[in-house]
Design a protein around this ligand. Structure first.
Ligand code: BG6
Length: 482
């Protein structure tokens, strides 16, 4: 990592995201030696009246519980890390608070470097988007680094539809350059998602078959076996399409479907992602199934007559040479039968079936993002034994077996490291965000206007039966484990 005193400022430091994700991720980077121990400070900023020690006490439990490899000396490391953490309490809309913040950052920088020497300032907005702009303005006004870079990390939701997202983008764009803005989609930090480009473009046997001639359908699936507990207020306003599909699953789709980028430079990769998004056809109502789990409205933070979908299956069609005619089915749901995220690429049948083995199922390549990362290819093989019959089996790369000694980093760890390194490849560019909203906004407006039925499903079930029918209609042939 390039040099200079590093200040990481977490705005919204006393909130849930900060303590559960942001601080633990920074701690993990610190613990593994990725951060400059003697040349950095981490400053929390939030409204809660807390002392430095108060914030440290709040964080301590999460650092122990959340970090990926606990070791005997982890207590020491936690203390060393917490020594770097200080806190400033102030509102999100006052000059004074942000002048204090700047003063604190500058005094740490100067204690280390005097008035000379390069400095780095990373501002992480672990805040609701309603305050992004006011905070952005105050940061711009009071806290810009004069001796090195300033970067700002923002989290979704980036707007509620195309118009609101565009407005947010424009306002943020007036304050910071695109190179300064890091829009996090934490799915882009997941191991298997990062593996997609390597898998697709570094393996000779995938290169020629990854297209409409060979692939029958693709499913990108997100399931959680819990509801919106504790987040009902936020969720009820957004729904599953804005929460998961328009961002996380669509980003995964881009990596599955994009053309080979000229290089791995952030702009080359994102140029190709935008091209795929632009080739997506308007979504048809016949290609959508919405659901809501039966106990959703029991949540006191959810409106009694809410029609917000907690489940959606949406068929996305890409109108280009590689994918014309191949349905991409994006499915996401809360309160389902299990927690899982996976990509299933199902191939067409081998022509001329002399084995009469269609009943054994098709070739399918499955990439499991979580839990327990894995990639496996379903193959038809001879049933071992005297009989000449076919059966389905797997070539299986399960990470916990193959990479036993490697601790797979949390998505947030990688992404925060990328922001410090200045690598925007795994962050969402402004034009990507715009097209992603273009695709879903007409559908979202119809849903908001109650024009699409929302089917009730049982908490803990597989979701509405209609979604299974949709998947079958699109030609998916069920295989084991589906
Ligand atoms: C968040 C959504 O972006 O992703 C949550 O807002 C969801 O609703 C979460 O639970 C899932 O993330 P992960 O990494 O656990 O799959």
């Amino acid at each position: 990592i390039e040099g200079g005193f590093l200040s990481i400022v977490i705005l919204g430091a006393s909130g849930d995201l900060a303590k559960k994700k942001t601080f633990p991720a920074i701690f993990n980077l610190f613990r593994q030696g990725f951060l400059p121990l003697n040349q950095m400070k981490i400053i929390g900023y939030a409204r809660s009246p807390l002392s430095d020690q108060g914030l440290r006490d709040r964080l301590r439990g999460y650092l122990k519980a959340e970090h990926t490899t606990a070791t005997k000396d982890s207590i020491d490391i936690v203390d060393k890390f917490l020594d770097l953490v200080t806190y400033i309490s102030g509102p999100y809309d006052s000059d004074k608070g942000f002048m204090d913040l700047n003063e604190a950052i500058s005094s740490h920088e100067q204690a280390e470097y005097g008035k000379e020497g390069p400095t780095r300032r990373l501002f992480y907005l672990a805040l609701p988007p309603s305050v992004y702009i006011v905070v952005g303005k105050l940061l711009r006004h009071h806290c810009i680094n004069q001796r090195g870079w300033t970067r700002v990390v923002v989290e979704k939701p980036f707007g509620k539809d195309l118009a609101s997202a565009e407005e947010l983008s424009k306002e943020l764009g007036d304050l910071f350059t695109e190179q300064q803005i890091y829009r996090i989609d934490h799915y882009l930090g997941k191991e298997i998602v990062q593996n997609l480009l390597v898998m697709r473009f570094a393996n000779r046997f995938f290169v020629p078959i990854w297209n409409r001639d060979n692939i029958a359908n693709v499913q990108i699936v997100f399931k959680e076996n819990f509801g919106t507990e504790g987040r009902g207020g936020y969720f009820d306003e957004y729904g599953i399409i804005r929460d998961i599909i328009q961002n996380h699953l669509l980003q995964v789709l881009c990596l599955v479907a994009m053309e080979k980028p000229v290089s791995l430079s952030p702009e080359h990769v994102r140029d190709e992602k935008v091209k795929v998004l632009r080739a997506i056809e308007p979504i048809q109502n016949k290609d959508v199934v919405l659901g809501q789990y039966d106990s959703y409205r029991d949540d006191p933070t959810v409106s009694r007559d809410s029609r917000t979908p907690t489940f959606a299956a949406v068929v996305v069609r890409i109108n280009n040479e590689r994918w014309d005619g191949v349905p991409f089915i994006l499915r996401a749901g809360k309160a389902l039968d299990s927690r899982k995220a996976e990509i299933r690429v199902q191939f067409r049948d081998a022509p001329g079936d002399i084995f009469k083995c269609k009943k054994q199922g098709r070739n399918e390549f499955v990439m499991r993002l979580q839990p327990s990362e894995a990639m496996y290819m379903k193959l038809t093989v001879k049933q071992p034994g005297l009989e000449m019959s076919a059966t389905q089996s797997e070539l299986d790369l399960s990470y916990h077996q193959r990479y036993q000694d490697i601790v797979i980093p949390e998505a947030y760890e990688r992404l925060i490291l990328d922001t410090i390194r200045g690598d925007q490849q795994h962050f969402v560019r402004r034009d990507e965000l715009q097209v992603a909203w273009q695709i879903f906004t007409p559908l979202l407006h119809q849903i908001d206007d109650a024009q699409i039925p929302v089917i009730m499903y049982k908490n803990g079930s597989r979701g509405p039966l209609e979604a299974e029918k949709l998947v079958e209609r699109e030609g998916y042939v069920r295989t084991s484990g589906y």
